[in-house]
Design a binder for this molecule. Structure first.
Ligand code: PLP
Length: 363
C-alpha cells in the first residue's frame, strides 16, 4: 500500500503509462480477491466496503424494476448494512419479508419455502457478525432458486476465517470488506455472478465496467488484494490456530462462570468469535471494566443513556432479554495469542465480581 501511495499516482482509467501502471495494480488485486473466493476476476467489483457492497447488491439487483412488483426477503440476523439497504427498498414501497432463525442462530430453511413465489431477492449472510454462527447458504440458494429468487450473501465476517467458495455457495452476489481480512478500512468488493442484474449506485465514467462509477481507490484496492492473498495462503493454519484459542478461551470462561451461556455453541461458528452471556453482569459494565484493563471487547447490546437494549440478533434467537443484556462478544484475529487469552481469563473473574456487585441487572 505504501508503494502504491508513493509511486502509483496515475488514474487507473487513464490511457497513459502512469495510468496503466495503476490499472495493472488494480487488476492484480482483482485476481487476488477472485482467488480467495473462487470467482472469476471479471465478477469482482471494487467498492468502499461491506456497507456499500450490501447496498449495491440489494439495490442493484432490484434496480428501477416496477413490474412485476419486486419483493425481498432478508434473514432476521443480517448486518445493519443489509437492514439499511432493505429500508431503502421498503421506502420505495417494496415489501420486505423476514426469515427467522432458530435458538442456535441458524436460518430456518423451511421459511424459504413459504416465501411468495416470484420473490426477487433473498439475503442470507454467510457468518453472523455477533455470534459467528455459519449459515446454510448453499441450501438457502437451492430453495430460493425454486421460487425464482436471486441471492445476496454478505460474507464480510466469513472471508479469511473460513473457506468461502462463490461457485459452491451459488449466490448471485457476495460482499467482502478489507478491514475484516486484515486489509484496510474503506476498501471492499462485491462479487457479482456473470449475468446477474446490477444497476449501479453511482454512475460516473463507467469505472468497474460501468458497475461502480468513481475513480478507484488504488492503495485501498492494493491493500485489499494483498490481504486476500495472505488470507487465502494462511486460511487453514489460521483457522486451526484460532479454533484452539477459542477452545482455550471458552474453557477458561466456563471455569470462571459455570453458568455461562455461549450463544450458538451447538452449531458451526467462526473460529475467532465467542458471544457469551454471564447472568447478572451487564455487558456495558463489563465492557468498560475490561477496556480499563486493556482488553477491547464489544457488547452484544447497544446502550444509550444507561438503558440497555438487547441485540436484535440475540432477540431473533429467542435469548431472554435479561440474558441478552449480559452478552459480550470477544473476537480474535491473526495477531491474537494464547497469552492474551490467558490475560483475559485472569481479569474476567474480577470484572464479573465487580459487575455483579453493582447490582445493575435490571433493564
Ligand atoms: N456486513 C457484516 C457482516 C459486517 O460485520 C460489517 C462490518 O462490521 C459490514 C457488513 C459492514 O462492512 P464495512 O464496515 O466495510 O462497511
Amino acid at each position: 500500500m505504501r508503494e502504491s501511495l508513493e509511486d502509483l499516482h496515475g488514474n487507473a482509467s487513464s490511457l497513459h503509462r502512469e495510468g496503466q501502471r495503476a490499472r495493472a495494480a488494480v487488476d492484480r488485486a482483482r485476481e487476488q480477491v477472485a482467488l480467495l473466493v473462487n470467482a472469476h476476476p471479471d465478477e469482482v467489483v471494487f467498492v468502499s466496503g461491506g456497507t456499500e457492497g450490501d447496498h449495491l447488491a440489494m439495490l442493484g439487483a432490484i434496480g428501477d424494476r416496477a413490474e412485476p412488483g419486486p419483493r425481498v426477503a432478508i434473514s432476521a440476523i443480517e448486518h445493519h448494512a443489509v437492514h439499511g439497504a432493505a429500508e431503502v427498498l421498503a421506502e420505495r414501497g417494496i415489501p420486505i419479508d423476514t426469515l427467522p432463525v432458530d435458538h442456535d442462530g441458524v436460518l430456518e430453511l423451511d421459511a424459504l419455502d413459504h416465501l411468495v413465489h416470484g420473490t426477487t431477492l433473498v439475503a442470507v449472510m454467510l457468518a453472523n457478525n455477533e455470534t459467528g454462527v455459519v449459515q446454510p447458504v448453499t441450501q438457502a440458494v437451492e430453495r430460493a432458486r425454486r421460487i425464482g429468487a436471486r441471492v445476496h450473501c454478505d460474507a464480510v465476517q466469513a472471508a479469511g476465517k473460513i473457506a468461502v467458495d462463490f461457485q459452491e455457495l451459488g449466490a448471485d452476489y457476495l460482499a467482502l470488506s478489507g478491514h475484516k481480512l486484515g486489509g484496510p478500512k474503506g476498501a471492499g468488493a462485491l462479487v457479482v455472478r456473470r449475468g446477474a442484474p446490477l444497476v449501479p449506485l453511482f454512475r460516473g465514467s463507467a469505472q468497474e465496467h460501468g458497475r461502480r462509477g468513481g475513480t478507484e481507490n488504488v492503495p485501498g484496492i492494493v491493500g485489499l488484494g494483498i490481504a486476500a492473498e495472505c488470507a487465502a495462503r494462511d486460511l487453514e493454519a489460521e483457522r486451526r490456530r484460532l479454533l484452539e484459542l477459542r477452545h482455550r478461551l471458552e474453557d477458561g470462561l466456563r471455569r470462571a462462570d459455570p453458568e455461562l451461556v455461549i450463544h450458538g455453541e451447538r452449531v458451526e461458528r467462526l473460529p475467532n468469535t465467542v458471544n457469551a452471556s454471564f447472568a447478572g453482569a451487564r455487558s456495558d459494565e463489563r465492557l468498560m471494566a475490561l477496556d480499563a484493563r486493556g482488553v477491547a471487547v464489544s457488547a452484544g447490546a447497544a446502550c444509550a443513556s444507561g438503558a440497555v437494549e438487547p441485540s436484535p440478533v440475540l432477540s431473533a434467537m429467542g435469548v431472554p432479554r435479561d440474558l441478552a443484556v449480559c452478552a459480550i462478544r470477544i473476537s480474535m484475529g491473526h495477531t491474537s495469542t494464547a497469552s492474551e487469552v490467558d490475560r483475559l481469563l485472569t481479569i474476567m473473574p474480577l470484572v464479573l465480581r465487580a459487575a455483579r456487585a453493582s447490582g445493575r441487572v435490571s433493564v
